[in-house]
Design a protein around this ligand. Structure first.
Ligand code: 0GY
Length: 293
C-alpha cells in the first residue's frame, strides 16, 4: 500500500442547482496534508492529500456555506487533521471525531473546543479492524453531557444485528449514507423498510441522504438512488442531512463529479421547503444550534 490514491475529481462542474443561503455540506473529509498529519499505521487506504484549502474552494464552487468534516478512517483516532481544517475555516466548519475508547472527558472537552460535535462509530470491516460495541456505548455515555451525537457507519445487512446496540445509544444517532441500502430494490425494498423501521423506533435518529455514486451501480444520473431516496426525504424531512462525501474515499474507480452530485439534490428533495430543511435547518440544529434564531 505505498501508492497514494486520488479519489476526487480534478475539475468538478459548477452545479445547475443553487443551494439556499447557508447550505451545509454535512459529510466530507480532509486527508493530511501527510507531511503535517501522517496517516494511521492501521489505515486501509493511502490517499493523496485532500487539504482544507481544496475543501473550502470546492465549498465555494458548489455554492455551499459550511462543512461538517468527518474524521476519515485513514487518520485513525488522531483527529489533528480534522481539527486543523476546522481551525482554518473561519468558523465555517465543524466536525465529527473518531476516538479511543479510553478517552476522558477533559480530552473530549478539548475536541469540543476545537469544533467537534459528534463521535463516529465505524462498522465497515474493509475500513476498520474492530468495532467494540460495549466501548462505543461507554463513549456515547461520556459525550452526552457535551450535547454530541453519534454517527454510525454500517451496512444494511447489519441493521438487525446491531439493533440492540443502536437502541442502547443514549444520544441522537446519525446514520451515514442511510446504512448503505441497495437502492436498486426501490423505495419499498427490504433495505429501505428496515431503515424506516429503525427511524420509526426513535425520534432522534437522523440519516444522511448521501452517496449516489457509492450506492447506485447504474452510475450517473443515478436514477435508482433518486427513486429510492426521494420518498425517504419526503417522509422524514426534519431528520435528513446531505453531503458531498468529498474526497470520496475508495471511489477511485468511479470518481464522481461533485457538481453532478449537487445536481441530485432537487431529485431527492423536490421543493424549496425540503431543500431548506435538508441543507440548512437540519444540519444547523446538530452542528451550529447556537446560531439558530
Ligand atoms: C465515506 C465512506 C468511506 C470511507 C470512510 O472513514 C472512511 O475512510 O468513511 C467508504 O470507503 O465507504 O463516508 O467517506
Amino acid at each position: 500500500m505505498n501508492k497514494r490514491i486520488v479519489s476526487w475529481h480534478a475539475d468538478p462542474s459548477v452545479p445547475t442547482f443553487k443551494p439556499p443561503p447557508g447550505a451545509v455540506d454535512a459529510h466530507c473529509h480532509v486527508f493530511g496534508p501527510m507531511s503535517q498529519f501522517p496517516f494511521s499505521p492501521k489505515a486501509k487506504y493511502l490517499p493523496e492529500d485532500a487539504t482544507p484549502k481544496m475543501l473550502f474552494s470546492l465549498r465555494d464552487r458548489l455554492g455551499f456555506s459550511r462543512n461538517v468534516i468527518v474524521q476519515a478512517s485513514c487518520h485513525g483516532t488522531d483527529n489533528a487533521a480534522t481539527l486543523n481544517a476546522i481551525a482554518q475555516s473561519d468558523g465555517k466548519a465543524r466536525g465529527v471525531a473518531v476516538v479511543e475508547p479510553e478517552i476522558n472527558i477533559d480530552k473530549l472537552r478539548m475536541l469540543h473546543e476545537g469544533g467537534i460535535r459528534g463521535v463516529r462509530f465505524n462498522f465497515l470491516k474493509r475500513l476498520v479492524d474492530d468495532a467494540p460495541k460495549d466501548k462505543f456505548i461507554e463513549i456515547a455515555e461520556r459525550v452526552e453531557s457535551l450535547g454530541w451525537h453519534a454517527v454510525v457507519y454500517l451496512e444494511a445487512e447489519l441493521l438487525a444485528e446491531l439493533r440492540s446496540f443502536l437502541d442502547a445509544i443514549p444520544v441522537p444517532i446519525v446514520v451515514d449514507h442511510m446504512a448503505r441500502p441497495d437502492v436498486t430494490q426501490g423505495p419499498d425494498g427490504p433495505d429501505m423498510r428496515a431503515l424506516r423501521e429503525l427511524l420509526d423506533s426513535r425520534s432522534d435518529i437522523w440519516i444522511k441522504a448521501t452517496c449516489p455514486d457509492r450506492l447506485d451501480p447504474s452510475g450517473p444520473p443515478w436514477a435508482a438512488f433518486a427513486g429510492a431516496v426521494a420518498p425517504l426525504v419526503a417522509d422524514y424531512p426534519d431528520r435528513c442531512l446531505w453531503g458531498t462525501d468529498w474526497p470520496h474515499p475508495n471511489m477511485q474507480n468511479a470518481i464522481p463529479d461533485d457538481g453532478k452530485i449537487v445536481d441530485m439534490i432537487p431529485r431527492i428533495a423536490a421543493t424549496a421547503a425540503l431543500q431548506q430543511k435538508l441543507l440548512v435547518d437540519n444540519p444547523m440544529r446538530l452542528y451550529w444550534p447556537e446560531l439558530i434564531e
